[in-house]
Design a protein around this ligand. Structure first.
Ligand SMILES: O=C(O)CCC(=O)C(=O)O
Length: 293
């Protein structure tokens, strides 16, 4: 067994130093500065669950993080740079070595200019393999990350801890509160590795993770995350298998994106979804409807 796979199985995550070539990152950062940062369009945000224009802080950093930028038809330079970076042969080989799966579909991406202080969570509630627990996510440093920027952290070993009973009856905010409580009660599990440009963390869909608070607001925290489904497994989450998703091709690989680009109709749909999220009865009904489609 490789040392990466050994650590991934033991801790539920592993650090892969220098997994991404500098030229791949340069290309994305050039496209970001030229097309995405100055754009006046609305994009769907990872941290607010809304379509919003870029919010730029006093230090010139975009504070609202981008969800599924690999799907931006309107910004082909961003889209292509992200897809080429994530499907890079070396990165894919490291991902295989770390997880033991040979091929992956890309199912979601997130782009950060600044730390969004993401609360502690497990990915499998939102997206996962079916059978559950085999989706692998990657966190890629697009610059040397200053400690005061607010590091990404993982709770080692939580991929094997039974953390909750009946999630179907919990409100989303109650579940997040349980995650936060678990982290506060188990500080010895917290790992927040130093990340240099090009380093990558791979973690399992059950591993609790989030971001530490920003200590110096002048620091940016440029990073890209991606969620990969082993190609031999079905897609879904803890509650439902989503066999209806359509994958799109990119250079011999396949990807999906749940979040379409902004339109009035997509905005309305997203607002309804977000409103339902904290109502367990409505969520159960929505999942039943999803199964019948
Ligand atoms: O980088 C972050 O702040 C959070 C990323 C994350 O939680 C994810 O990609 O699932």
């Amino acid at each position: 067994m490789s040392a990466l796979l050994d650590a991934y199985r033991r801790d539920g995550w592993v650090l892969v130093p220098q997994a991404v070539a500098p030229a791949r990152i340069d290309r994305l950062m050039v496209a970001y500065a030229a097309d995405l940062r100055p754009s006046g369009r609305k994009f769907f945000r990872q941290n607010t669950n809304r379509y919003e224009p870029n919010a730029v802080d006093a230090h010139g950093h975009v504070t609202n993080s981008f969800l599924d930028p690999h799907n931006y038809e309107s910004l082909p330079a961003i889209r292509e740079a992200i897809l080429d970076l994530l499907f890079d042969d070396t990165l894919q080989a490291r991902l295989s070595e770390a997880t033991g799966f040979s091929r992956f579909h890309l199912m979601q991406s997130m782009l950060f200019d600044k730390n969004a202080a993401t609360p502690a969570h497990q990915d499998w509630l939102y997206l996962d393999s079916v059978p559950n627990g085999q989706l692998a996510a990657t966190w890629i440093a697009l610059e040397d990350i200053a400690e005061a920027a607010g590091r990404f952290y993982l709770m080692s070993g939580t991929h094997e801890v039974a953390l909750h009973q009946d999630l179907r009856r919990l409100r989303h905010d109650e579940w997040l509160a349980l995650m936060a409580e678990y982290c506060a009660a188990n500080p010895q599990r917290l790992a927040a590795p130093a990340m240099r440009r090009g380093d990558m963390i791979v973690w399992n869909s059950r591993t609790i993770h989030g971001s530490l608070p920003t200590r110096d607001p002048a620091c940016s925290r440029k990073s890209l995350t991606a969620h990969f489904l082993p190609a031999e497994l079905r897609f879904g989450n803890l509650f439902v298998a989503k066999d209806w998703v359509t994958l799109r091709p990119h250079g011999g690989h396949s990807y999906f994106a749940n979040q379409p680009e902004y339109s009035l109709a997509n905005d309305l749909k997203a607002r309804v979804k977000t409103a339902i999220y904290d109502n367990p009865a409505l969520m159960r009904m929505a999942r039943r409807l999803q199964r019948w489609r």
